[in-house]
Design a protein around this ligand. Structure first.
Ligand code: GLP
Length: 235
């Protein structure tokens, strides 16, 4: 699996240090103008480390992977809110794009987002992984040729992600997400998978086969992927 570099770390702190080092390296070499960002609990220590670091993102444009449909940026469960809380309010970026989940015309929003992605090609994309092997909100069965689109979340994702919502809130059943081909267009991909609940999905990737049943396996068709994990795999 020569296209995947596996970095085993002992904890999230060490993972955050590794990501910081990689990002610093890319910035130093002048290879980081456009950065793809992710949300989820895995990213919290990563962004915390960036905030505490000397990293300068003032010349960096960012794109987020996805957003729930129907949630405004003021809603604390929106990914726009997450990014503001953990990163954008604390570190300056040149400009940042997140799919607008409250756009009047969601199809147009997706097309415009994809067009903008093509105008600003991603240098590095950060990725988490869903327990069912999803990347961004590309659920099992999504075509590897997919671009930014409106998707319906699976029961598995709704179950896992609803734990972030208060009991009286309902989790949106649809979301806007960069497609698998939008993600694969990034020159460099850094995937972070932490904890036993990610083992199954990570194993699917490390088996080396590509299957739409597990969207993360699309990364096997990419030439530059680094996986950072505490699951102790050797390949
Ligand atoms: C959501 C996001 C994914 C993310 C996943 C994992 O479903 N759409 O981009 O990878 O959560 O989240 P966590 O890091 O909380 O496990």
């Amino acid at each position: 699996m020569e296209n995947i570099t596996l970095l085993n770390v002992k904890d999230q702190e060490q993972a955050a240090q590794q990501v910081c080092k990689m990002i610093q390296g890319q910035l130093d070499e002048g290879k980081l103008d456009v950065l793809g960002l992710a949300t989820g609990s895995t990213m919290i220590p990563i962004y915390k480390k960036w905030v505490e670091s000397e990293l300068s993102f003032e010349k960096v444009t960012t794109f987020n992977l996805d957003e729930y449909v129907g949630l405004h940026a003021e809603n604390k469960n929106s990914y726009a809110y997450f990014m503001q809380e953990h990163l954008f309010s604390k570190k300056k970026f040149k400009r940042s794009f997140i799919p607008n989940g409250v756009a009047n015309n969601l199809e147009e929003e997706c097309a415009a987002y994809e067009k903008r992605l093509r105008e600003y090609p991603l240098d590095v994309q950060l990725l988490g992984i869903g327990e069912n092997g999803h990347i961004a909100f590309n659920e099992p069965g999504t075509s590897f040729d997919s671009v930014t689109h409106l998707t319906t979340l699976t029961e598995s994702t709704l179950g896992v992600n609803s734990t972030f919502f208060d009991p009286d809130e309902t989790i949106p059943r649809t979301a806007l997400t960069m497609g698998i081909s939008s993600v694969l267009a990034a020159k460099k991909i850094i995937l972070i998978a932490f904890g036993e609940r990610k083992r199954f999905a990570l194993e699917k990737l490390l088996e080396g086969k590509e299957t739409v049943e597990y969207p993360v396996t699309a990364l096997n068709g990419h030439g530059d992927v680094t996986v950072i994990t505490d699951l102790g795999y050797l390949i």
